[in-house]
Design a binder for this molecule. Structure first.
Ligand code: F0G
Length: 483
């Protein structure tokens, strides 16, 4: 473990193993402006302007801080269309990190998902996964496939303290394969650092077991490694088997077991872009022709060459425990601060960000009024903090048009890697605590404009009643002239 211990144990905080050399000025509009901004943004935090946001905790995607070495590498990018040296360097990094021979570039994670789905999914197919991700599911269902979520029961219980709540329920996986038949299952998707259940990791053991079951049944194993970086840290620190392995060794052990790995480099590798890697030439050849069609030539696949250089360096950095522990340690700090205060959090702390259990925070707001979405707007009013609704608004409706209410109504407070200081994290905790003490003032939301596809991105909602103005008035009363 590379955590620095403090002399005074009660002063123990996560210590950054980096220093800041480039900064961006932030603005915090006053609380009355915040209410106005929200109305203009249709009560959807995706539609807020960043100039109106103090702490942008919407996502960890494409907003992680780059290292000096990444920025330096981006200056030597080779933007020749064919035979690019940048492509060769990225291929080498992918080979070194994952041990995979082949690489297909794509402009980001969902583009990889599109290529995978277009190549392998047909109508009536079933794609088992520990849990769905929004874009993955949209690509599979678009082609007539069905997603089956096989996460363990405990994974959906925010209060159970288990180290690997992203794990597959192995029994259910075996049962499903028997019921559906392997011929209708083109691949099993293993999502590291399960996004929609609070960034909860899978154990190395579970990943390897799923891959072995796939092999036995002649089904492809596909690892979504977008959140692998945090997951690797949890394997290293929580799994007995991995205690004496390096992060690089853990990565290789996992990747050696998989048929295909893909990831969003907006998360994995502190950069932008996406990649599909494999050791299986046949599988790569099946997907290859779609890259120039949808993405760009095989040397860049829609990516900016500077981002590719940064990705190559970022992938090596992701094998350094002192670099990848910063995110999980800050998240753990924030979760503990709030949990100690009584705020219902997803526990144990996972990767990506801290997740508030909105159904428990706001027990009186029914699913139909979107508690997680309502809490997201309340937190923006309380502190200019932009979180992301990860609940029913993020779901797609059932084919018959009825609502498909989420199993978990979460407000995600992403902690982009190496971006926030601890005082900003403390500020966030302070505003959530205030909100918790004033939760009776928070009301629900209703649709004003609901798009058919990926409605959470552009949909517009309205507050039910004038609770937001009342919350802002209470803020003024309690905080005086503070922003
Ligand atoms: N897979 C996972 C597990 C993800 O978290 C994401 C993106 C994707 C695939 C798609 O990658 O954005 O590069 O197209 N998650 C982002 C988020 C959007 O905010 O959680 P992408």
């Amino acid at each position: 473990m590379s955590v620095v211990k403090f002399y005074k144990e009660d002063q123990q905080v996560p210590l950054e193993m980096h220093k800041v050399r480039v900064v961006q000025k932030l603005f915090l509009p006053n609380v009355e402006e915040r209410v106005k901004n929200l109305t203009e943004a249709g009560n959807n935090t995706f539609l807020l302007q960043n100039r109106d946001v103090f702490m942008d905790m919407l996502t960890d995607s494409g907003v992680n801080a780059m290292s000096d070495r990444q920025v330096a590498a981006s200056m030597i990018a080779d933007d020749s269309y064919a035979g690019s040296e940048t492509c060769n360097r990225l291929l080498k990094a992918l080979q070194d990190v994952f041990g995979t021979k082949y690489f297909l570039p794509a402009h980001q994670g969902r583009a990889c998902e599109n290529i995978l789905a277009e190549t392998f999914v047909k109508k009536g197919d079933v794609i088992p996964m520990n849990f769905h991700f929004t874009t993955t599911k949209a690509h599979i269902t678009r082609l007539g496939g069905r997603v089956e979520e096989l996460i363990t029961e405990e994974g959906l219980d925010p209060d159970i303290l288990l180290p690997f709540k992203g794990n597959f329920d192995i029994k259910r996986l075996k049962k499903l394969i028997k019921e559906v038949g392997p011929e209708h299952i083109p691949f099993v998707r293993i999502e590291a650092g399960t996004n929609l259940v609070g960034g909860q990791p899978l154990s190395m053991e579970n990943m390897l077991e799923v891959a072995a079951i796939c092999k036995e049944n002649g089904i492809m194993s596909v690892l979504d490694a977008s959140l692998l970086q945090d997951n690797l840290y949890f394997i290293k620190t929580r799994e007995e088997e991995a205690k004496n392995m390096s992060i690089a060794e853990i990565t290789r052990k996992i990747s050696d077991a998989m048929d295909i790995i893909y990831f969003s480099a907006r998360k994995m590798g502190f950069s932008r872009g996406g990649a599909i890697v494999s050791n299986n030439e046949k599988l790569i050849l099946k997907m290859k022709t779609l890259i120039p069609l949808y993405e760009g030539f095989l040397t860049y696949g829609g990516m900016e060459v500077r981002a590719m250089e940064a990705m190559a360096v970022g992938l090596y950095e992701s094998m350094d425990e002192e670099i990848i522990n910063q995110g999980p340690l800050f998240i753990e700090y924030l979760v503990k601060e709030l949990d100690d205060y009584g705020v219902p959090m997803v526990k144990p702390a996972g990767g990506l960000g801290a997740h508030i259990n909105a159904s428990k925070f706001l027990p009186n707001i029914p699913h139909e009024q979107y508690p997680a979405g309502a809490l997201a707007t309340a937190l923006y009013i309380a502190g200019g903090i932009r979180g992301m609704e990860r609940g029913s608004i993020s779901e797609q409706r059932n084919p018959d048009g009825s609502e498909n209410y989420a199993e978990l109504e979460l407000l995600r407070l992403a902690c982009p890697r190496r971006v926030f200081t601890l005082s900003q994290i403390k500020y966030c905790a302070d505003r959530v605590k205030w909100l918790y003490d004033n939760r009776d003032l928070i009301g629900g939301l209703k649709w004003e404009e609901e798009p058919e596809v990926l409605r959470f991105f552009f949909g517009r909602l309205q507050a039910v009643g004038n609770w937001q103005e009342k919350l802002a008035a209470k803020f003024r009363e309690d905080f005086g002239d503070s922003l």
